[in-house]
Design a protein. Structure first.
Length: 462
């Protein structure tokens, strides 16, 4: 008998749907089918463009249905899940439009005696089979970012969604099929982690795209087949510098959204806010006011702004970390308590110790830390003193302070007068240090899923 996976609501635990769990035999079938496709020519480019545009139309037409499904299975509030679906549609269209940007370039020849009578240029080719392992926190759009670029460049892809949120993945893939994509070009595998490792590390796989924990991602990278490449997207503990001249009335709603959005379950969520001592009291009081007014609860309710944590154990972990910070001298300005079994109060902590879990680790919960500072250089040193490096931010009206902070913050991207979780789907998105490897974003991922080939043409007529 086939083992079943029960997809449950993270908010109240109700059963959403039961689906079959795939076994080792099914994974081998998927790899074999993908390998057969790899040996043949990819789908012609005009057909791929047409399939992606039709897919975008289908997703757009069903966006409300898919947003409600994503909110129910993943816990992201409906108001934000709708935005996720709008981004997904844009991302699919972006992939179709970006295919024409996958160009090679000319390599100069005839510069030396040995290079005479030659011309050289590069082209880009699909890298091969892509294995995609995804996360729960953006259950539809993450799949778009991992699967659609592979389709766009002509790579067969086998995708494993998070077991907590497989339905959004199935919704997208079914739209690809309906738009005309032959089924073996994208295959969904819902399985246990040990089997996902077998899929990712199979010698037939040329590229792994992984979104999830650093421990798992770096472990998979160490086991990839020789020659296989990868892109890893892990967590962060995003820092923000708030200078005394900052427009805090403008900054506060942005930072609250960046920290409490999806209950803080975002890899670039606002976590560590360094506020100048001249304004820290006023800033803290106003952030607390915002946090207290946030509506926490059922993610499918139109009014909910902060939903549940993905699992009950996460509530317990976050509460333990907050209590540890409190015992070590951090001041809980608001929050600090579970709400039922699945939600956690939006929490603001003032000056928790720099060596505490809430300061050194990714919280992945609705907690914002505020640290008072006197000297910006010292604040930036503390901001950099963690294993993570993803996105950061600085709020100031001083262009010199902004540029100096952007230069000195150890981050792949620095937002000036915006929160750390800002992202549009065509921009590069990457982690440094333990936060990841490779570059995300639609076109950057398409480039990573292709390989450049050099062609040198010799002729006496050149």
């Amino acid at each position: 008998m086939t083992e079943k996976l029960k997809v449950l609501s993270p908010y109240d635990g109700h059963l959403i749907k039961e689906i079959d769990l795939d076994d080792e035999t099914r994974i081998e079938e998927a790899l074999t089918a993908a390998h057969e496709l790899e040996q043949n020519k990819p789908i012609p480019t005009p057909e791929r463009i047409s399939i992606l545009n039709k897919t975008a139309d289908l997703v757009e037409a069903r966006a409300e249905e898919f947003a409600r499904q994503a909110a129910e299975e993943g816990g992201k509030p409906l108001i934000d899940s709708r935005i996720e679906l709008a981004r997904a549609v844009q991302g699919i269209r972006e992939a179709a439009n970006s295919i024409g940007q996958l160009t090679g370039h000319e390599i100069p020849m005839n510069l030396t005696a040995s290079s005479m009578n030659r011309m050289a240029f590069t082209t880009r080719e699909p890298i091969g089979i892509v294995a995609a392992i995804s996360a729960f926190n953006h259950p539809f759009n993450l799949i778009v970012h991992q699967v659609v670029p592979a389709v766009a460049v002509g790579c067969p892809v086998i995708v494993k969604p998070a077991r907590t949120t497989p339905l959004s993945c199935l919704n997208l893939v079914n739209c690809l099929y309906e738009a005309g994509l032959p089924k073996n070009w994208v295959q969904v595998i819902v399985c246990k982690g040990s089997l996902a490792e077998k899929m990712a590390t199979d010698p037939r796989v040329s590229f792994l795209t992984f979104i999830g924990s650093g421990e798992v991602g770096w472990g998979l990278r160490s086991k990839l087949a020789q020659g296989a490449r990868c892109a890893l997207e892990h967590g962060g503990a995003a820092p923000v510098i708030v200078e005394p001249d900052a427009d805090i009335e403008d900054a506060l709603p942005l930072l609250a959204k960046g920290g409490f959005y999806h209950a803080g379950q975002v890899c670039v969520s606002v976590q560590r806010v360094f506020v100048h001592e001249e304004i820290v009291e006023n800033f803290s009081n106003k952030l607390v006011d915002i946090a207290k007014r946030l509506v926490v609860g059922d993610p499918t309710d139109e009014k909910t702004e902060v939903g549940p944590l993905i699992q009950k154990g996460e509530v317990e972990r976050i509460h333990k970390w907050v209590e540890e910070a409190k015992a070590a001298g951090g001041k809980i300005l608001t929050g600090g308590n579970p709400i039922g079994d699945t939600c956690y109060e939006p929490t603001v902590i003032l000056n928790p110790p720099y060596d505490s879990n809430v300061s050194q680790c990714e919280i992945f919960g609705p907690v914002i830390n505020i640290y008072s500072y006197k000297n910006r250089s010292d604040a930036i040193k503390l901001a950099n003193d963690v294993p993570f490096s993803f996105q950061a931010a600085v709020f100031t009206k001083d262009i010199n302070a902004a540029l100096e902070s952007a230069k000195n913050l150890n981050a792949a991207a620095v937002m000036v007068n915006d929160h750390t979780a800002f992202r549009v789907d065509w921009m590069p998105f990457a982690g440094r240090k333990s936060s990841g490897l490779g570059v995300g974003g639609i076109l950057p991922t398409m480039i990573e899923m292709t390989e450049e080939k050099l062609i040198v043409f010799r002729s006496k007529l050149i």
